[in-house]
Design a protein around this ligand. Structure first.
Ligand SMILES: [Ca+2]
Ligand SMILES: [Ca+2]
Length: 108
């Protein structure tokens, strides 16, 4: 009984030391890393909107992630859309036309 209590006490002491040590390290690192992290987060969030749009476009099964299959399917659909004469090749004219069409499509 007594040894069990002592054993528990020792374990608790070690845990307390570890917790203190970890807490001390975190407190030292927090100010500088937090600021850096926040700046990073803002940059990430700016790009995140674009990424989410892309995911919405590609994510067919809507699990919030784009699989290789979904990505490939999306790119193939894009290819077919751009390949106006359907010869299986994209030339400069088709790529140029596609861009002009999409931008003028918004204006109409
Ligand atoms: Ca998916
Ligand atoms: Ca073509």
């Amino acid at each position: 009984m007594l040894s069990a209590v002592l054993g528990y006490g020792k374990t608790f002491a070690v845990l307390a030391l570890l917790a203190c040590g970890a807490g001390g390290i975190q407190a030292q690192d927090a100010p500088s890393t937090r600021v850096k992290q926040q700046k990073k987060d803002r940059n990430v969030k700016a790009g995140e909107k674009e990424a989410k749009k892309l995911i919405l476009l590609m994510d067919k099964d809507q699990d919030g992630k784009v699989s290789r299959e979904e990505f490939t399917a999306f790119m193939q659909a894009e290819f077919d859309r751009l390949d106006i004469d359907k010869n299986g090749l994209l030339d400069v004219a088709e790529l140029t036309q596609a861009r002009v069409q999409t931008s003028s499509g918004h204006n109409r």
